[in-house]
Each structure stands twice: as structure tokens, then as C-alpha cells.
Design a protein around this ligand. Sequence first.
Ligand code: ARG
Length: 448
Amino acid sequence: MQLMVAGRFAFLIFSSASAAFAEETAATKPQPLTLVKAARLVDTAAGVVRDNQAVLIEDEKVKAIGPAADISKGIPPETRVIDLGDATIVPGLIDCHTHITSQPKNYYEDIFRRSPIDYAVTAHVYARRTLEAGFTTVRDVGAGEFIDIALRNAVNAGTVPGPRILCAGLALGSTGGHADLNGFSPYLSFREVSPSVADGVDAIRKAVRTNIKYGADWIKILASAGVLSEEESVGAPQYTPEEMKAAVDEAALWGRKVAAHAHGAEAIKMAIRAGVASIEHGSLIDDEGIRLMKERGTWLVADIYNDDYIIAEYSRLGYPEKIIEKERLVGRLQRENFRKAAKAGVKIAYGTDAGVYPHGWNGKQLGKMVEWGLTPMQAIQAATVSAADLIGWKAKVGQLTTGYFADLVAVSGDLVADVTVLEKPEFVMKGGAIYKNALTADAVVKPE
Ligand code: ARG
């Protein structure tokens, strides 16, 4: 990359499939000092919007933040200044429930005509879309054959543009459960190098160890039946309390936490009692479950946008009617129960299940959360400080504070009046490098 390159051009480089790797590296390389200023900045830790703020960035971290007039004082003359004008800056968003390696195209074709290698070669496309949607960190909760781990490593190495990824590797479930392939002839079997199915305490402990051996940051268990799989029920427990506890205890030995997929009230309570860190979906949670979550400080990660997409699109994608029927059973109740849990004071972290619906649409759930009981600021906090707390990165991401990663998103609309403006951020920076900039022409990436 020569001399100066407009920020907008830096974005084009990432959008272009033919971008040379050498260019990508030069464009993403953080510069020594950058000052980003804007008319407003959301202080997610305090829950307030501050006027005329600036963030001073050194390499990939925030060096200082505060009123633009103060921060601009005494900065070296060669500092790159990016004035975002009337825009509002938000810390990079965090999605605690993605499946970033895949996206359904057709039910039977996905099963019979796609292999893990097909998923592996396309995963980077979804990683870039997620990043460009302003999600600079995700917790990915399950992928086949450790594709998520390979993707995370490629992003960390700077080979592929994408969000910071914490991954779970194989999501663990029981025979006949949500992790298994159901509804087919018993004579049909798939060759899996790394099976997700683990039954019984010993097999579960071993599966947790295997995941960690190959690089998992988190452990995901399927505590209950699911929607998008062919077992009959939705929400019935699919692991015993002993099995769930084994997963949590084994994960803890290795310094890992457990996220539990759980739609049904009983499975939710079993998983909370077993000590999981978060309940995923939480669709049919009852009052006792809400009380237990508050008591134990368990997080709720409820994918409440999903229902709209599944009902609108999944018949077209060839999903069997019995699956659509299951969605009809949980869709509305999940939203009502989300409102109830939030009102009761259950800790809420943002998680969308992106991958069930298109990657890059991760921000659409913010508006749903406001529709179902959160204030816009609470929705933004769920996707920043709260999500950071759940994933164990509250001292790294989720707010813009000295020493934190310079992960910034900016939008030109008034996001506190209408949080949906965050669905399409106009500026995205991760670790001091600009990945998208439709706001200014003067943001420059200086030469080495
Ligand atoms: N992965 C989840 C499952 O199959 C998706 C649930 C989507 N539905 C919903 N209402 N959140 O169970």
C-alpha cells in the first residue's frame, strides 16, 4: 500500500474478493496514534451519551478518552485525526450466540450435499459480514469439525478479516437429541471425524477435554431439545442433571465456562442448578427459573429476532413442517418470557443465533429487545458491557476505556431514539484498524 489511502478505500479492499493479501495486511495494520472524534459517544459503562468526545488510539488499544477539546491537546502533530462529525460512537458490539461458520441454504442439500470442507471454505465470508455489521467480538457456540477454531485462529493471525471470536468447538448433546441427526433411516450414517454426540458422564467429560484440546474457549451443551432438528419435542431435557453437572465441573477444571442451549422450563432449571454461565434461548422459562437465574447470576441469552426469519423463510428453505410447527410453539412465548425475565432483573446478554438467519443481520435483535421491554440504552448495554462480562472479557471490550481494545462503531442517526440505526453502522474499527468507513473521506491509513 502506497503513501496515503482513503479510509473508504480501506473498506473497499476488504469488500473485494480479489484483494491481495499484502494489501490487506497493510490496510489493517494499526498506525501509531489515531484520534477519532464525534459529536456523541455512548458511555456503555455509565449508560449515558456524552457530547463532543474523542478517543485516542495507540496501536490496537485506547490510550485516552474524554472531551475532544481535552484529548486533542498536546497530541503529536503526525496523529491521524478522524473526525466523524455529527455521528455517534458506540463500542464495538458483541454477539454472544453465533454460528459464524454456516448459514442454511436448503435443508436436505445442506445435509446431503455439503461437507465440513464446504462450510470451512465459506466461513470467512460470514466473518467479514459480521465484522462489517459492527460486531467486533462474538462468542460462537458450536460448529462442526472445529471449523470455528480454525476461523478464530485465521482472524487472530490477520489472514482473514473478522470479529474477535471465542469458540465452543463441538456443541455437546445426547443421542437422538439436538446435536444428532434425527428423522432418517437407521441405515444411513455420516462419517464424522469429531462427533458432537456424547452420552453419560464419562463421555461428556472426555468430549469437554477433546474440545479444549483442540482450542475451545467455551463449552456448549444442549440441555434441551431444539427447534431446528427433527426430534419430536421442543424443550424437553436431553441431558440428566448429572450429565450437565459433569460438563460444568470438567469445564471448570480447565478454566472454561458452559453455555446451555435450553428452551424448556425443566431443562433451564436443571442447567442453572448444574452451574452453567448462560442459558441460551430460554424460551419457556417459568417463574422458578427466573428466580433461580437471579439467585445464581446466570445470564440469559435469548435470540428473540430469530422467530420472524424462521417463520418467513424456513418453509422456502425446505425445512420439514414439523420443525416450523415447533417454532410456532416457542416463538411468541420466548419473547413474552424474555420481557418477564428482563423486568424481573435477570442479567441479559445479547445473542442472536446468527447463522440461523443471515450473518451481518446481527444488529436486528436490538430493535426487538426494545420492542420487548428493554430501553435502547439497555439493549446497547446487553450487546456491549453485559456481553463482555458474560464472555469473561469485561476488562478488554464492551466499553471505550484506556487499555481496552479500540473497537469502535459509528452511526449517523440518533441511536438512543431509534436503536435500529445500529443495524447498519457506517464506520467500523477493530483494534485500531478501519474495516468500514462511509462517514469520512479523510480517514487515512498512513504508510509504514
Ligand atoms: N438453534 C435454535 C434451535 O434450533 C433456534 C431457535 C430459534 N427459535 C427461536 N424462537 N428462538 O432450537
